[in-house]
Design a protein around this ligand. Structure first.
Ligand SMILES: Nc1ncnc2c1ncn2[C@@H]1O[C@H](COP(=O)(O)OP(=O)(O)OP(=O)(O)O)[C@@H](O)[C@H]1O
Ligand SMILES: [Mg+2]
Length: 273
């Protein structure tokens, strides 16, 4: 069953120009329709400025689209009644690229991860601490990290804290907006592995926004390509993406091949898996 359905979504930002007769709305998304099924990851690829983060914000309920609908478990996230919208807010979480600016530098790991629990669950102090410790352990950290502040963690560790916070309410869908992009290759791989495990263990769905084909290939089940606000391609499997003849996709593939000569054999290797 579809967890999330995006139906003919179009959106633009007002440029607030003084000259009111000029075209004030810059089109950023045009007629986007796609779905994410339960327990699957949609990799959303596109070059900078393609509209990926805007689509993420539309899905998270942060940017009401000018046209179209976002349905979560069949409910329109912008017009559903208050109780349903509250439930959707729990079920939809986000992890951004910049792990440091996503957290309050004056809060300990315990309070960062505990914040959503405090807002939504009625736990005793001891229960909440136990839950936070379990979450820390689930993302590869430990009880020793409870009282640490953001500056005492590496970027990769802090992204684990952000992931722990995102899964604390057992959401159904996490929007990962370039969540591994600022990490080094080793940490990228480790975090992608962690995300894949969590997806399996908690039947999570992801919208994995990235410009990194390799990262998308590692984690995504389906792949969409956004270009200048339009969903130009949608693939039900990653292998379809690698054999696509679409010029934009070929260019994307070409860029990683040029960047990393070792990946020249990637399409053939992948087609064997
Ligand atoms: N709040 C905003 N107000 C006005 N314009 C915006 C706003 N946010 C984004 N835009 C514009 O919308 C377009 C798409 O931006 P968006 O951030 O969605 O792209 P992106 O695909 O996520 O790019 P990147 O890969 O660089 O993160 C860009 O031209 C951007 O300048
Ligand atoms: Mg972006």
């Amino acid at each position: 069953m579809s967890l999330l359905q995006i139906k003919e979504v179009s959106h633009g930002y007002n440029s607030n120009t003084f000259f009111k007769w000029k075209d004030r709305s810059k089109k950023v998304l045009t007629n986007i329709s796609l779905t994410i099924d339960e327990g699957t990851c949609l990799g959303l690829l596109g070059t900078s400025g393609a509209g990926k983060s805007t689509l993420g914000k539309v899905i998270l309920g942060l940017e009401r689209p000018q046209q179209g609908q976002v349905l979560f478990q069949g409910h329109d996230i912008y017009t559903a009644d208050k109780l349903i919208r509250q439930k959707i807010r729990r079920d939809l979480q986000v992890v951004f690229q910049d792990s440091y600016s996503s957290v309050n530098p004056r809060m300990t790991a315990e309070s960062i991860i505990g914040e959503p629990l405090e807002n939504y669950e009625k736990l005793t102090i001891a229960e909440q601490r136990r839950t936070v410790i379990e979450l820390l352990e689930r993302v590869g950290l430990s009880e020793k990290d409870l009282k640490k502040y953001p500056h005492q963690f590496s970027g990769g560790q802090l992204q684990r804290i952000n992931i722990a916070r995102a899964i604390s309410l057992k959401p159904k869908l996490i929007v990962l907006d370039e969540s591994v992009s600022s990490l080094d290759m080793v940490n990228q791989t480790l975090i992608l592995e962690l995300l894949s495990e969590l997806k399996k263990d908690f039947s999570l769905s992801y919208l994995f926004i990235t410009h990194d084909i390799k990262a998308a290939y590692t984690i995504a089940d389906t792949i969409g390509v956004l270009e200048k606000g339009e969903l130009i391609e949608f693939y039900d499997s990653k292998n379809q993406f690698f054999s696509s003849e679409h010029p934009v996709v070929k260019q994307m593939r070409g860029s990683i091949l040029a960047e990393h000569p070792r990946f020249r054999s990637l399409p053939t290797r992948i087609s064997k898996t």
